[in-house]
Write a protein that binds this ligand. Sequence first.
Ligand code: RIB
Ligand code: CA
Length: 312
Amino acid sequence: MKKIILFADPGIDDSFAIMYALLNPEIDLLAIVSSYGNVTKQQATDNIAYLLELAGRSDIPIIGGANSPLSGEIPTYYPEIHGPEGLGPIKPPEGFSGELTNFSELYNIIKENDDITIVDVGRNTSLANLYLLGENIAEEISAFYIMGGAFLVPGNVTASAEANFYGDPVASNLLVSKLDNLYIVPLNVSNKAIITMEHINTILQMSNNPLINIIDDIMQFYMAAYEKLIPGLNGAPLHDVLTLSLMINPAMGRVVRKDVDVLLTDEGRGTSIADFRERAEPADKNIFIYLTFDYYWFVNDFIRVMSSPLNQ
Ligand code: RIB
Ligand code: CA
């Protein structure tokens, strides 16, 4: 069983990632860090709390992460992709509000548990703060998985930048400079992690619980948003779920070891760079970039996990 701390900004694919983590018998979800990103931190917190309540797992602490990037800029949110409140057409009940645990509790959780993996599927500000405020934090964590970046392929916010790295490039660049055992899941693979309504219907036929009952409406919204971006896609990519799925099934994908930089300013902002030339110098750091994965393995894993019973 893998002990994980998940950093997220739900957001539709983040919400699927939270459900995947809650339903996967191989994952022990120690805490979720809530931050700005797809929506405000308050909205992300309410959405996390709602999903935890539907799953009967309100015992999992929601840790208060960042409200904005390290630059102090006002964040841009993405209601056109994730819905005005981040769960497509689904809203937590009127008056429902998530309760936050102080960020410092993360250090207690890390001290009390061995062999923790951190998975960050949002803007990287909160994880950068964990590193900056802690002592030897990079050595106390077994591995870091982050969804972000795009290597030699187009970005999804600008021509070359992916949303998580674009949102706080200072934080992302700090992570690629300082963390050890860092696995990056970029758009190269996550854009191909397409889930369709057929997959969702299969899950709904195999399972029936309050958590899973909302996925139909959420996915319809997300697919309609992607249909506008990429007409004819007939599905939508679950970037953040692929990150967790690769963490649990590392052999599902192929990595290359490369040093990475994230550009900070101007037109290059958020662009991830690595040297892919034949004559590139060997990498100094333990950074592993996923460049390919087995799509059918991913889909089977997604359906199997999402149709697992709650509270096992
Ligand atoms: O670029 C994809 C990432 O940006 C995902 O984490 C998604 O949730 C969006 O915020
Ligand atoms: Ca995300």
